[in-house]
Design a protein around this ligand. Structure first.
Ligand code: NAP
Length: 298
C-alpha cells in the first residue's frame, strides 16, 4: 500500500480554508501556511501544523497545494529566500488550484519539470459551498500518470475531475468556464435591474426562470438571496472575476480573437471595482446598474 502524501496547503482564503479542512478531516497529514496568520487559527484543532513561511512548509511535506489569489500572491509564496521554490527538490510535487493565466502556468510547469518536481495545473470550478462540501469540479492540466497518482487526494475536494490535457490545459479550460460564469452573472444582474426599473417584484424573475427547465440554472439559485436582499457577501469576490475576465481577453487577443461580450463584462466589473466593491461578491455589479433608479439599492 502506498504511503499517503504529506500535504502543505498555502492560501486559506474563501476557498483554500475549506479545501484544506477537507483534506485534514479525510485523514491526510496537512501543514498549512497563510500570509495572515489569523486565518490558520482553526487548523491546529484539526491536527494540522502551521508553518511560519512557505519555505518551512515546503520542507515539511512532499506535496504543496497553492490556492492563493493571483500571480502576485503566487510569486510571493513561491519566490525569494522564504519561498516554496527555495525548498523544493526532485521528488516533490506542486499542485496549483488557483486561477492563474495559462502562460504563467506553462512557465511554472517547465520550471518544475527542470527541477524534477511534478506539477499539476488544477484550477477549480465551484464556489465556497462546493469547497465546503467537497463538490468542486477540478479542471486538470496534468499527465495521466500524475492524475492517477493524485486522484484520491483531489477527489477529497471534488465531485469530478475533467482532464483537459497537459499543463496549462486546466488553466485554459478554466478561463472558458469562467467566461460563461461572467456572462451569467451579468445576465442575472441586468435582468434584475430591468425588473426593478419596470416596477416588478424581483422574486417574480426567479420564479419565472425556475419554471423553465432551460433557464433553471444553479448559478441563479445560488445568487438569488444576494439579488433579492441587495446584499453581496463574497463567495466569489468581484476582484477575482475581474482578474479572470482580463486573462480571457488577453488570451483571446494573443490569438486575434475578439470577445465583445466579455469585453463589456470586464468594463462592468471594472466599474464596480473602481466603486470600491472588489471584495464583495461578483453579483455586486447590480448595485452599479441600479444606483440611478428611484428605489433605493440597500
Ligand atoms: P481569497 O479569499 O481572496 O483568498 C486569497 C488567498 O491568497 C488568501 O489566503 C490570501 O492571504 C492569499 N494572498 C493574497 N495575496 C497574497 C500575497 N501577496 N502573498 C501571500 N498570500 C497572498 O480568494 P479565494 O476566493 O479563496 O480564491 C483563491 C483562488 O481561487 C483565486 O485565484 C480565485 O480566482 C480562485 N477561485 C475562487 C473561487 C471562489 O468562488 N471564491 C472559485 C474558483 C476559483 P491573506 O489571507 O493573507 O490575504
Amino acid at each position: 500500500m502506498s504511503v499517503p502524501p504529506r500535504i502543505g496547503f498555502i492560501g486559506l482564503g474563501i476557498m483554500g480554508a475549506p479545501m484544506a479542512a477537507r483534506l485534514a478531516k479525510a485523514g491526510y497529514e496537512v501543514c498549512v501556511y497563510n500570509r495572515t496568520r489569523v486565518s490558520t487559527a482553526q487548523f491546529p484543532d484539526m491536527g494540522c501544523e502551521v508553518a511560519s513561511t512557505p519555505r518551512a512548509l515546503a520542507k515539511m511535506v512532499d506535496t504543496v497545494i497553492t490556492m492563493v489569489a493571483d500571480v502576485n500572491a503566487m510569486g510571493a509564496v513561491m519566490e525569494g529566500p522564504e519561498g516554496v521554490a527555495s525548498a523544493f527538490s526532485g521528488g516533490n510535487s506542486l499542485i496549483n488550484m488557483a486561477t492563474l493565466p495559462p502562460d504563467y502556468t506553462e512557465a511554472l510547469a517547465r520550471r518544475c519539470f527542470t527541477a524534477g518536481v511534478r506539477f499539476l495545473d488544477c484550477p477549480v470550478s465551484g464556489s465556497r459551498q462546493a469547497a465546503e462540501s467537497g463538490e468542486l469540479v477540478i479542471l486538470a492540466g496534468a499527465s495521466q500518470e500524475d492524475l492517477e497518482k493524485f486522484g484520491p487526494l483531489l477527489r477529497t475536494m471534488a465531485r469530478e475531475i475533467v482532464h483537459a490535457g497537459p499543463p496549462p490545459a486546466g488553466s485554459a479550460l478554466k478561463l472558458c468556464v469562467n467566461l460563461v460564469l461572467g456572462q451569467l452573472n451579468t445576465a442575472l444582474a441586468e435582468a434584475a435591474a430591468l425588473a426593478q426599473a419596470q416596477g416588478l417584484d424581483g422574486g417574480l424573475l426567479f420564479e419565472a426562470l425556475g419554471h423553465n427547465p432551460a433557464l433553471n440554472c444553479g448559478f441563479f439559485r445560488l445568487k438569488k438571496e444576494n439579488v433579492l436582499s441587495r446584499r453581496y457577501p463574497a463567495a466569489f469576490p468581484l476582484r477575482h472575476m475581474l482578474k479572470d475576465s482580463r486573462f480571457m481577453l488577453e488570451e483571446a487577443a494573443k490569438r486575434g480573437l475578439e470577445l465583445p461580450v466579455t469585453a463589456a463584462v470586464e468594463k462592468l466589473l471594472a466599474k464596480s471595482y473602481n466603486s470600491g466593491y472588489g471584495d464583495e461578491d461578483l453579483t455586486v455589479i447590480l448595485r452599479n446598474l441600479t444606483e440611478k433608479l428611484p428605489r433605493e439599492d440597500k
